[in-house]
Design a protein around this ligand. Structure first.
Ligand code: HEM
Length: 417
């Protein structure tokens, strides 16, 4: 969010000419609700001619589109040059494109997701909770005695990468390289990236794929308790998961889980520091923490949107959608739809109905949601417990990242006393 309260417009102006409903547009990036607020009532299915897509903002339309299994997520089925194809397969000829489960339709999606869920499930997340706590504690120990620090660089970014790397069984000595690859891979959704960024991203993809191919080989001989070993077991049980699919899945788990969880923690710290009354409630009643995390996800979701492709004509929100058209479901707008939530821009950790679509929906509902929730539920209260006087550094402006799809902060400077 731009702070939701700041985002409320008293009188609505037409969209300034040329403003795109994209995080790459600074006008939209800094004040998304100025542009989104009017759409559910006035133009729920907005034809975004510039980017060639339909932009959906009503909670119910977003939910129904995300859970409609007749729609596709596979860019190979999208018309040439369409928004979908540009976003998901911008970097390579479509013939060589290897989709992860995020870009697969049934029956392949059902097969891959079903098998990966055997390894990446609630039990695996419950088992890792004490480690999340220990890693968070260690990161905070390192900040002891500091007057100020950047929450993103020192806490919110390293925590998820260390957690997922450990879950995948990455050797501690490989961490620095792993983090570099992970950062370079995060450009994957950026259709406006520079040729240098594309080259770095490709190198990182190759590096990671080689790394996981070797890891799979090693785990064949020496099974451990990590996720790669669990996936190799699924593969060896003849359960129709190819070695290549394991590599692509490890790569997906790494990029899908990192930036997003960092942004959830960062957006959450910012929301609580901007609303000291809400932070005071959390301190007094720690049992509110899970609800507070859902409220953060509703108000300021780390993933701004998710897409679906119409393979046959259908009706959405009273509008006709043609086969081949791409729909962008705005997860940000859905959480702020006044038809669903009263006073939607108000941040309220006690809100009774925090329903949101921040983890998407339907067949592709985020596989990592339990892990992301566990990390945020542990990381946020711990930070405020360890630094009871934490407050925003008034000398450092709050800056959002300017990347498409992801919604988070570049840095979040705080003072400890
Ligand atoms: C706050 C953190 C996170 C957010 C907001 C988030 C959000 C999302 C969203 C919006 C989708 C697409 C859903 C759709 O199109 O319907 C998704 C899919 C996915 N996410 Fe997450 N995610 C988060 C953390 C994680 C973590 C920690 C992991 C794993 C380590 C993960 C793994 C995945 C996977 C594997 C998919 C693809 C599922 C499929 O296609 O079946 N995510 N996530």
């Amino acid at each position: 969010m731009a702070n939701p309260e700041e985002a409320i417009m008293s009188d609505k102006q037409p969209l300034p000419t040329g403003t795109q409903l994209s995080a790459l547009d600074p006008n939209f990036r800094e004040r998304p609700h100025e542009y989104l607020d009017r759409l559910p009532a006035e133009e729920p299915v907005h034809r975004d001619t510039e980017l060639g897509r339909l932009f959906l903002t009503r909670f119910e339309d977003v939910r129904s589109v995300l859970s409609n299994r007749s729609l596709s997520v596979d860019p190979r089925k999208a018309p040439l040059g369409s928004f979908f194809r540009r976003i998901l397969a911008a970097n390579k000829p479509i013939a060589t494109f290897e989709p992860s489960m995020l870009q697969l339709d049934d029956p392949d999606h059902k097969r891959v997701r079903g098998l990966v869920s055997q390894a990446f499930n609630q039990r695996a997340v419950d088992a890792v909770r004490p480690r999340i706590r220990a890693i968070a504690d260690g990161l905070l120990d390192a900040l002891g005695g500091r007057d100020s620090f950047d929450v993103i660089a020192e806490y919110a970014a390293p925590l998820p990468i260390i957690v997922i790397a450990e879950m995948l069984g990455v050797d501690a000595r490989d961490f620095v390289q792993f983090k570099r690859w992970s950062d370079a891979r995060s450009q994957v959704f950026n259709i406006a990236r520079t040729p240098e960024q594309t080259a770095e991203m490709e190198l990182a993809r190759q590096g990671l794929h080689d790394y996981f191919t070797r890891a799979i080989d090693e785990r064949r001989g020496r099974r451990g308790s990590d996720l790669v070993s669990a996936l190799v077991s699924v593969y060896e049980a003849g359960d129709r998961l190819t070695e290549r699919e394991i590599v692509i899945t490890c790569d997906l788990l790494l990029i899908a889980g990192n930036l997003t969880t960092t942004d959830l923690i960062g957006n959450g710290v910012l929301a609580l520091l901007r609303h000291p009354d809400q932070l005071a409630k959390l301190r007094a009643r720690p049992e509110l923490v899970p609800n507070a995390i859902e409220e953060i996800l509703r108000c300021d979701p780390p993933v701004m949107q998710s897409g679906r492709l119409a393979v046959e004509p259908l009706e959405v929100g009273g509008s006709q959608v043609r086969a081949g058209e791409v729909m962008t479901a705005s997860l940000v707008a859905a959480g702020h739809d006044p038809a669903r939530h009263s006073d939607p821009h108000r941040f309220d950790v006690e809100r009774a109905d925090t329903s949101h679509l921040a983890f998407g929906g339907g067949a592709h509902f985020c596989l990592g949601a339990p892990l992301a929730r566990a990390e945020a539920q542990i990381a946020l209260p711990l930070l405020f417990e360890r630094f009871p006087s934490l407050h925003l550094d008034p000398e450092r402006p709050i800056e959002h990242k300017h990347v498409p799809v992801f919604n988070g902060l570049k840095a979040l400077w705080v003072r400890t006393g």
